[in-house]
Design a protein around this ligand. Structure first.
Ligand code: P6P
Length: 343
C-alpha cells in the first residue's frame, strides 16, 4: 500500500472536518522543528551539544523549574520558538524552559492558537544516549485576546485541539491526536518526511508491565504502597500473576512503550514532592500525554481524578500522573479514592 505522509494525513483530517487549515499548518511547522531537533540530538558528542548549557566554571543555567539546563534543552527550545515565530499560526507559545509565555513578534503574522511544549523531555538522559523527546499541546486562543498572558493558557486538558510527542530514539517517531484517534508517524530520513506507521492505535486494557521509580517507594502514600506491593507479590499475591517493571526516566520513552505494547506509568505524589503537587507538569506533559493515551483507549488520572478534567491554576503546575492500560489505572485510582473515602 502507498505510504501516507504526515502532509497527506493532515489533508485527510481537514477533509474529515477534524481540523482547520491553520491547525494543519501549525502541526507541519512543529513537525519540521522536531526534525531539526532530531538532527541536533542525533549528532551526540560530535555536535558539541552534550553537557550543561552553562560553560565549564560558569554559573549553571537554571530554568524556571529550578533545573540545570542541558545545551540541547536550550537549543530545542530555540528551534521551536524560532520556527513558530514566523509560522503565522500562533498567538503565543509557552515552554517548560521559560517562566512566561512568549508572544509572537509584531513583525510576524499571528494566528488563533496557543502552543505549549516541553522542548526536550528527559534531557538528563541525553549524555547517556537514552531516548528523549518533545511533548506539545495546542489550545485555542480566547477570542479577542491579542497579547495572550499566562492566564489565557490555563484551560483544562479537555480543551486541547491537538497533542503530540516526538521520541528521538533509534527511530524518530511522532505520535499525534486531534481527538479522533491516536496515530503514529515514523521519520523517513532519506525523504525527510514523517510517514504514517500506525493509524488508530489501541492500548490493551490489561497489562503485565508497570513503570515507576521504585527508589521513591518509602515516600509514597499508603494506597500506592498497597497497589505496587500487590504487583511485586506477583502470582503469590492477590493479583495471581507476575508483573514486569520498566523505568526509562524519560516520560516520552516510557509512554511510547505503553502506546506500542500497553503498560502503565506512574509518577505518584510522595512526601518529597507533595508540596509541589507532583513531579510532572500538567500543561505540557500530563495533559498532552493524557489526551494521546485516552484517544488510544487508555486512561489517565492524577490518582484521584481524570487529568484532562483538572482546572489549571498555574502555567507550570505539577500533578501526579497515572496513565496507560485502563484496568491498572482504574485499579490504582480506586485504591486512592477509597482511601480518601470517595466512591
Ligand atoms: P525521576 C524527566 O526529567 C522527567 O521529567 C520525565 O521525563 C520522567 O518520567 C521523570 O522526570 C523521571 O523522574 O525522578 O525518575 O528522575
Amino acid at each position: 500500500m502507498k505510504p501516507v505522509s504526515l502532509i497527506q494525513f493532515l489533508i485527510e483530517e481537514r477533509r474529515a472536518g477534524h481540523i482547520n487549515a491553520e491547525l494543519s499548518l501549525l502541526i507541519e511547522v512543529v513537525a519540521r522543528a522536531c526534525k531539526r531537533i532530531s538532527v541536533a540530538t542525533n549528532k551526540g558528542a560530535l555536535g558539541g551539544v552534550l553537557g550543561m548549557a552553562a560553560g565549564e566554571g560558569d554559573a549553571a543555567s537554571i530554568n524556571v523549574q529550578g533545573e540545570a539546563q542541558k545545551k540541547l534543552d536550550v537549543i530545542s527550545n530555540e528551534i521551536l520558538l524560532e520556527a513558530n515565530a514566523w509560522g503565522g499560526h500562533l498567538a503565543a507559545c509557552a515552554s517548560e524552559e521559560m517562566e512566561d509565555p512568549q508572544p509572537i513578534p509584531d513583525m510576524y503574522p499571528k494566528g488563533n492558537h496557543l502552543l505549549l511544549f516541553d522542548p526536550l523531555d528527559g534531557s538528563s538522559n541525553i549524555d547517556v544516549n537514552i531516548s528523549v523527546g518533545t511533548i506539545f499541546s495546542v489550545l485555542r486562543c480566547p477570542d479577542g485576546v491579542t497579547e495572550p498572558k499566562a492566564e489565557h493558557f490555563l484551560q483544562a486538558g479537555t480543551e486541547q485541539l491537538a497533542a503530540g510527542y516526538v521520541v528521538y530514539g533509534p527511530a524518530t517517531v511522532m505520535v499525534l491526536t486531534f481527538g479522533h484517534g491516536t496515530h503514529e508517524f515514523t521519520l523517513d530520513r532519506e525523504v525527510g518526511s514523517f510517514v504514517l506507521s500506525r493509524r488508530d492505535i489501541r492500548i490493551p486494557e490489561a497489562t503485565g508491565e508497570f513503570a515507576i521509580n521504585m527508589s521513591n517507594q518509602r515516600h509514597w502514600e499508603a494506597p500506592m504502597q498497597r497497589y505496587v506491593g500487590e504487583l511485586l507479590a506477583g502470582k503469590d499475591g492477590p493479583r495471581g500473576r507476575d508483573f514486569n517493571m520498566r523505568w526509562v526516566a524519560s516520560m516520552v520513552a516510557d509512554v511510547h512503550r505503553i502506546i506500542t505494547r500497553g503498560g502503565v506509568f506512574f509518577y505518584p505524589l510522595d512526601a518529597k514532592i507533595k508540596a509541589k503537587g507532583g513531579k510532572l507538569r500538567l500543561m505540557y506533559e500530563a495533559n498532552p500525554m493524557a489526551f494521546i493515551v485516552e484517544q488510544a483507549g487508555g486512561a489517565a488520572t492524577t490518582g484521584r481524578e481524570r487529568i484532562l478534567g483538572v482546572q489549571p491554576n498555574g502555567l507550570h503546575q505539577r500533578v501526579p500522573v497515572f496513565l496507560g492500560s485502563r484496568e491498572e489505572v482504574e485499579r490504582a485510582t480506586h485504591y486512592h479514592r477509597e482511601a480518601d473515602g470517595l466512591r
